[in-house]
Design a protein around this ligand. Structure first.
Ligand SMILES: [Zn+2]
Length: 283
């Protein structure tokens, strides 16, 4: 499941192909993904110019000059591929059409953007540009973790009095948008906070420390994603999945990376999801 850094990497990879370009043809090859596509989606997109590509949480929004915004969600298995040669950025020939190529945009700059999703948990919708933020998927989202509205006093206020484990609180999209299991595990490890600790029982100083740590963990992952975009081995033009090493995530039973710590990484299940942590370093 792509997390925020993967989605941001997809957005950055799509930018040279889509931003400022006109969708010369939008091929919509089935009626739905997770939900039905909006009515006349192909007609509404064909001829539209993409003014900008932005991201909100794990959603990509392509703001169009038709006063609509195309919302894209990759779901569990969605992949975006860019082929053609816009601005000399991608040297990939258009691939053979594949079975699960559900939506294909041919841009007027020669780029082709393909959305492939075998499991169809992804989504696309068209929303009025003016009121995009009130879309049901976006309306209740908390602040962006990399934005100015996510800051120390905000987090302290949000977590105060909460009896839920800190892990669940940070996964709550109403508190902070776009944080997923992997990067919450990594942030809690760096902050030295045990995932089961009650959110409201953590000292103010430690709660505050989470803000720069969360930003740093995400920024490092986005940087790794950026490297993957520049990497010529990304030879198939597929965006968003990159190699990134984690300190705790997926490392159950392996030695803790903190110098002088002799403990091994543990795994517990919280709300149906795995939490990886060091019982020695995280209290
Ligand atoms: Zn440790």
């Amino acid at each position: 499941m792509p997390e925020l850094p993967e989605v941001e990497t997809v957005r950055r990879g799509l930018q040279p192909a889509m931003e400022g370009a006109v969708i010369a043809n939008a091929a919509v090859n089935r009626p739905d993904l997770r939900w039905p596509f909006p009515e006349r989606m192909s007609e509404r997109l064909t001829g539209a110019k993409v003014l900008r590509l932005r991201r909100r949480s794990k959603y990509i929004l392509a703001d169009l000059d038709t006063d609509e915004s195309l919302l894209i969600h990759l779901g569990m298995s969605g992949r975006m591929t860019v082929s053609g040669d816009p601005l000399g950025q991608f040297a990939h020939d258009h691939p053979q059409a594949e079975k699960h190529d559900h939506v294909v945009f041919d841009m007027d700059n020669g780029a082709r953007v393909t959305f492939n999703d075998p499991r169809r948990f992804g989504a696309m919708d068209l929303l009025p540009l003016e009121t995009a933020e009130t879309h049901p998927l976006l309306a209740k989202l908390g602040p962006e973790p990399l934005g100015n509205d996510f800051h120390e006093s905000y987090l302290v206020e949000q977590l105060s009095g909460r009896n839920t484990p800190i892990k669940s609180a940070l996964l709550d999209q109403r508190i902070v948008a776009g944080l997923g299991n992997i990067y919450v595990c990594e942030a809690l490890y760096r902050a030295g906070i045990a995932p089961k600790r009650k959110a409201g029982a953590i000292s103010k100083e430690r709660t505050q420390s989470l803000v720069p740590i969360i930003r740093q963990v995400l920024a490092e992952a986005i940087e790794a994603g950026g490297s993957s975009l520049r990497d010529f081995r990304q030879a198939d033009g597929e965006l968003g999945y990159f190699q990134h090493s984690f300190d705790v995530y997926g490392r159950e039973g392996e030695p803790c990376k903190t110098p002088a710590c002799t403990s091994k990484i543990s795994r517990i299940t919280q709300s149906g999801r795995s939490s990886f942590y060091c019982a020695q370093c995280q209290r």
